[in-house]
Ligand binder design. Structure first.
Ligand code: SF4
Length: 334
């Protein structure tokens, strides 16, 4: 497939020093133990010197930045929302000093702590885009997205989603509906519930995503699906969405942040990664941030991640990790 203008624009932006994307892990702990999760939760809260390092980095860069995108990731990022608020506070004050700075922020959360009050606080800090996963109706979801104490999480997430609907502000919630070969036929009842409660509210978008083998210890319990099977299942599921404007589809020109030179993931311990899935892979440990905000990057380790910019091969650009790792069948992140 040839690259279209949209992909070229992303590539140009990804090389421009006035643009920066940081994926931040305020904690790598999680209150969930999803049965297919690939993370090992070994690293806890972001260390204070890392928080200072990020704030100092932003102080060094803000005058020349035109575009700053912050993606909050984890673990469950809302377990350390004070870290999120502290760094966001700095960003808002820097933005006041540089009105040319466009700032956008999003968060990938399991939704358990995303109450109306927390969402309103996040929106005030400019974090207005949320990605939350559901695996089915209550019965199905609660067999896979379980809390660390073994209890289900569906009721709390759904009540939080319903409360979000009451907020009179601009935000988007991407509800990621996970399917597996063994579960997809049971997803209609969840889609019916979503239609009933969120149908027509375009702030809520529905994205169908397969559960893939991502290299964690739960991989052997996951049944791999071929690209054709995925396409068929997704077409089947999309049919049940009442308002087609709420179906979110990934662009076939998608370029992963890991392929972009000015996109860096800063982990809770200050190590820098490109990919948010291959967290245990030594090739993905490409440097670290110092307390003074200096980024120490190992250029030789960075190169393989951004090699798609030379070949312009869309498959490599879409997931540089997959082609680095032929032997494992993996898929895209969270
Ligand atoms: S697994 Fe692939 S698509 Fe997902 S973050 Fe890593 S490189 Fe990007």
């Amino acid at each position: 497939m040839n690259l279209k203008n949209e992909a070229f624009e992303q590539i140009i932006l990804s090389l421009h020093p006035s643009s920066l994307n940081l994926i931040l892990f305020p904690t790598e702990h999680c209150n969930f133990r999803c049965t297919y999760c690939y993370e090992d939760y070994k690293i806890g809260r972001m260390m204070p010197e890392v928080v200072s390092g990020i704030k100092n980095l932003l102080h060094h860069r803000y005058k020349t930045l035109k575009l700053l995108e912050i993606s909050w990731f984890g673990g469950e990022p809302l377990l350390a929302k004070d870290v999120i608020f502290e760094i966001s506070e700095t960003i808002l004050s820097l933005q006041e000093q540089n009105p040319d700075l466009n700032y956008a922020a999003n968060i990938t959360t399991n939704g358990y702590f995303l109450t109306k009050q927390v969402a309103e606080e996040l929106i005030n800090y400019g974090i207005s885009s949320y990605q939350i996963s559901l695996d089915g109706d209550r019965q199905l979801h609660d067999t896979t997205r379980v809390l660390s104490n073994g209890k289900g999480s569906f009721d709390v997430i759904m009540s939080n989603l319903l409360a979000l609907k009451q907020i009179q502000a601009e935000f988007t919630v991407l509800i990621r509906i996970h399917y597996q070969k063994s579960t997809f036929v049971e997803l209609k009842s969840l889609i019916d519930t979503l239609n009933d409660n969120f149908g027509g509210d375009l702030r809520f978008q529905f994205y169908f995503k397969s559960v893939d083998k991502l290299g964690g210890e739960n991989d052997e319990d996951i049944e791999a699906l071929s690209p054709i099977e995925k396409a068929e299942i997704e077409a089947y599921l999309k049919n049940f969405v009442a308002d087609s404007r709420q179906v979110y589809s990934m662009s076939n020109q998608y370029i992963c942040y890991a392929s972009k030179p000015n996109s860096l993931a800063i982990r809770a311990n200050g190590r820098i990664a490109k990919c948010t899935v291959a967290l245990d892979d030594e090739r993905n440990d490409i440097g670290y941030i110092q307390e003074d905000g200096k980024l120490c990057l190992f250029q030789e380790k960075l190169k393989p991640w951004i090699r798609g910019l030379e070949s312009l091969d869309l498959k490599t650009l879409a997931c540089p990790w997959e082609s680095l790792n032929h032997n494992k069948k993996i898929g895209s992140s969270k």
